[in-house]
Ligand binder design. Structure first.
Ligand code: ADP
Length: 415
């Protein structure tokens, strides 16, 4: 099956075409046939399209909305010039898989999209006002352009965490707030945590029951997940992706009283405070320079910049604290898995996180660590490290394509 995987943001559309089916999943033989990104939808959009191993083609074009952006993608992929293997007409796209950020308590697994599901996703808009409307735009556009005959599947960032117990997901505020408004922790990045935990099982030859690990997704957004017996037991993001680790522009855990203080002292509106916490904090806020870890590492190394170093220190310390907390919560773990742009590509950050945790059985191998970046997968712990250390590049699109196939074929999900 050729699955079109769509990930729609407020002004962006990312896609891949992946050929996969139940037997290719079994043999790990899925094939990525095309990928691309459209940014700045709504004005002069920047477009990058790439078929198979051809070089990427970049262009700019005024695209009014997500429908126009998807229309552009679809026209390109079926055109002979695009040279997408096996795609010559709309009939060659067999299913669509959508990344949907918030499934709240409605969606505990990936589902085929029908009108009820669309209503369910709309119901979650209150909880994810920035994300779900964009995801819905992708769904509406795909329905309109590809027709109702092509099955579409929603894969939720939250659903992997639906196994969290009440003790992990409830905030210690009056219980009625949960009952009335479903104010609770949901967790995000579930597709990534689930994918790397599945790969860990393959690499370490473990079955689900014996998968007790901590996964660290460190990208622009960052989250940690405690995975016990293969299921999410706890995760660092909460009601929204703002809680937990320090991220590119989000500060993570904070005393809520800061909000009241900012409101009074800076005369900021709630919307401004929300923007401060989501867009101006984290690595960017502390360093005053950038949200990009690569540039911070360069600033720290080349110019000994105090605030760049401070941002890195606070980032690593927060990850360390979560590792400690999750080891306590899980009564120990067999492995820690690093993923995401920083987790996959920044050996010095991985080293900083692990340094000082030897007494917990976490021993990083400097050479192995220094050699793993740029999409490589493998172990970075010393041979005797009680807690194994892995780098596993995430692949959320692949998991979305596989869930789409399994949902369409009505096959059970084994991981
Ligand atoms: P997103 O969460 O948007 O998918 P990514 O997972 O791509 O983002 O992660 C982006 C982060 O990864 C940025 O902070 C970027 O600086 C960092 N990163 C990418 N490559 C490197 C590298 N070689 N060294 C350090 N950080 C890197």
């Amino acid at each position: 099956m050729n699955v079109l995987v769509l990930n729609c943001g407020s002004s962006s559309l990312k896609f891949q075409i992946i050929e996969t089916d139940l037997d290719s999943i079994e043999k790990n033989a899925d094939q990525q046939k095309a990928k691309g990104l459209i940014e700045r939808i709504g004005s002069q959009a920047l477009i990058t399209l790439q078929a198979a191993d051809n070089p990427p083609i970049k262009s700019a074009l005024a695209l009014r909305d997500h429908r126009a952006a998807l229309d552009h993608v679809v026209r390109w992929m079926i055109s002979p010039e695009a040279q997408v293997p096996g795609i010559r007409s709309l009939a060659d796209i067999h299913a669509v898989g959508h990344r949907v950020v918030h499934g709240a308590e409605h969606f505990k697994k990936s589902v085929i999209i029908d009108d009820n599901v669309v209503r369910g996703i709309e119901d979650c808009i209150d909880l994810a006002p920035l994300h779900n409307p964009s995801n819905l735009k992708g769904i509406y556009a795909a329905r309109e352009l590809l027709g109702h005959g092509i099955p579409q599947v929603a894969v939720f960032d939250t659903s992997f965490h639906s196994t969290m117990p009440e003790t992990s997901y409830l905030y210690a505020i009056p219980y009625q707030m949960y009952r009335r408004h479903k104010i609770r922790r949901y967790g995000f990045h579930g597709t990534s945590h689930r994918y790397v935990s599945f790969r860990y099982r393959q690499l370490a030859e473990k079955d689900l029951e014996n998968t007790n690990i901590i996964t660290l997704h460190l990208g622009n957004g960052c989250s940690a997940c405690a995975i016990k017996r293969g299921s999410s037991l706890d995760t660092s993001m909460g009601l929204t992706p703002l809680e937990g680790l320090v991220m590119g522009t989000r500060g993570g855990d904070i005393d809520p009283s800061v909000i009241e203080l900012l409101y009074h002292k800076e005369a900021m509106s709630l919307a401004e405070i929300d923007a401060l916490l989501n867009k101006q904090s984290g690595l960017l806020g502390i360093s005053g320079l950038t949200n990009d870890m690569r540039d911070l590492i360069a600033e720290a190394q080349e110019h000994d910049d105090r605030r760049a170093k401070l941002a890195i220190d606070i980032f690593c310390l927060r990850v360390k604290k979560y590792i400690g907390a999750y080891l306590a919560e899980m009564s120990g773990a067999d492995a820690i898995v690093f993923t995401g742009g920083i987790g996959e590509n920044a050996p010095p950050i991985r080293e900083r996180i692990c340094r000082g945790l030897e007494w917990l059985g976490i021993e990083i191998d400097e050479q192995a660590n220094a050699a793993l970046f740029g999409g490589k997968e493998g172990e970075i712990g010393k041979p005797g490290s009680r807690v194994k250390l892995f780098v596993i590049p995430t692949n959320e699109e692949l998991l979305i394509a596989r869930d789409t196939v399994r949902s369409v074929r009505n096959a059970p999900r084994r991981w």
